[in-house]
Write a new protein. Structure first.
Length: 128
């Protein structure tokens, strides 16, 4: 059973680079069955990394459901969430082009962890 709730996992992904320090961060597809850390707020988030793979190792990625997620800024329950340029979560704010990935269920300080309802779509794009 999942630690934070029901989840859909993608089990065929491999890490493009060493992701061993990015557990519970956002990843993007970087090739066929390959993931890498999100490095821009406009990235299409594939899911949240659940383990600590090194380069070319299998990567467990939650692509839908409720998951633990690492905060890159202070997170308040109810906030819509997007990614930072370092794969951490932040409030979606109002910057044009930012993708909304999900909604915070709990709160967290920067560097802490919170429960995230991960949307199963690639994310709404803010157009301000």
């Amino acid at each position: 059973m999942a630690e934070w709730g029901d989840q859909i996992h993608y089990g065929n992904a491999k890490a493009e680079n060493d992701l061993s320090t990015f557990r519970y961060c956002f990843v993007e597809l970087s090739g066929a069955d390959q993931v890498d850390l999100c490095d821009a707020t406009t990235d299409v988030v594939f899911g949240v990394l659940q383990d600590k793979p090194q380069a070319n190792e299998a990567a467990d990625v939650v692509i839908s459901g409720i998951t633990k997620c690492r905060a890159g800024a202070s997170i308040t329950a109810g906030n819509e969430i997007s990614t930072t340029a370092s794969g951490n979560a932040t409030g979606a704010g109002s910057t044009s082009g930012t993708r909304i990935i999900g909604q915070a269920i709990t709160t967290a300080a920067s560097g802490g962890y919170f429960a995230l309802r991960l949307y199963n779509a690639p994310g709404l794009i803010l157009d301000t």
